[in-house]
Write a protein that binds this ligand. Structure first.
Ligand code: FMN
Length: 185
């Protein structure tokens, strides 16, 4: 189904495949706190993407899962990414997803907000920004958020129930809205 053009459509990408992922929980908190003008959709296909292979890109029929991902990116006004650090790096499955988006014509210039579920990561914040800007995405720093937590047992409910966190997430989503609207003019 095509997204509603009157809304700001945000595709959320969670870098973790873990069932109890704190990064997914922070995205779910954002879904619960999204402004009326926004629709955040969580991408669920990361685990079933094939391994990236440039040879496949040269064929006329890309794998269906890749076409689906690229179509979701095409329809999105912005991306919301929450990704953990694995061994000072991006998780392999998430890097695989990003590699499939290098050849996606709609990715360059796409506004991106980064939500980080922990303040513990030393390498990931810089590395992810470097990867995304190399891919010509537009990281909206005002709309990025780092939670001051060191736990990987967060829940959306606890995040929403904490006044500071709730207000911070809602505020960052408003700044993402503003950035998208400014870019549309
Ligand atoms: C294989 C593996 C490697 C990890 N490496 C790092 C690391 O280098 N730095 C770090 O801060 N945390 C590291 N962690 C911890 C995770 O980033 C942390 O548990 C995070 O909350 C996981 O995200 P999730 O809750 O969304 O699954 C690692 C975890 C795993 C499973």
């Amino acid at each position: 189904m095509r997204p509603d053009p009157k809304l700001i459509n945000v595709l959320a990408l969670c870098g973790s495949l873990r069932a109890a992922s704190s990064n997914r929980e922070i995205i779910m908190a954002a879904v619960a706190l999204q402004p009326d003008c926004m629709s955040i959709k969580l991408y669920a296909g990361q685990a079933s993407l094939p391994h990236f292979n440039p040879d496949l890109e040269e064929t006329t029929d890309l794998p269906d899962k890749v076409l689906e991902l690229r179509s979701l990116v095409q329809d999105a006004d912005a991306l919301l990414i929450a990704c953990p650090e694995y061994v000072h790096c991006l998780p392999g499955s998430f890097k695989n997803l990003l590699d499939w988006l290098v050849g996606c014509p709609d990715f360059p210039g796409k506004p991106v907000a980064l939500f980080q579920a922990t303040e513990r990561h030393e390498y990931l914040p810089v590395m992810l920004r470097d990867v995304l800007t190399t891919m010509s995405a537009k990281v909206i720093e005002d709309a990025c958020y780092e939670l001051s937590a060191r736990s990987n047992k967060l829940t959306a409910e606890a995040l929403i129930n904490d006044d500071n966190t709730r207000m911070s997430i809602a505020g960052k989503l408003k700044l993402l809205t503003k950035a998208v609207e400014t870019g549309r003019v």
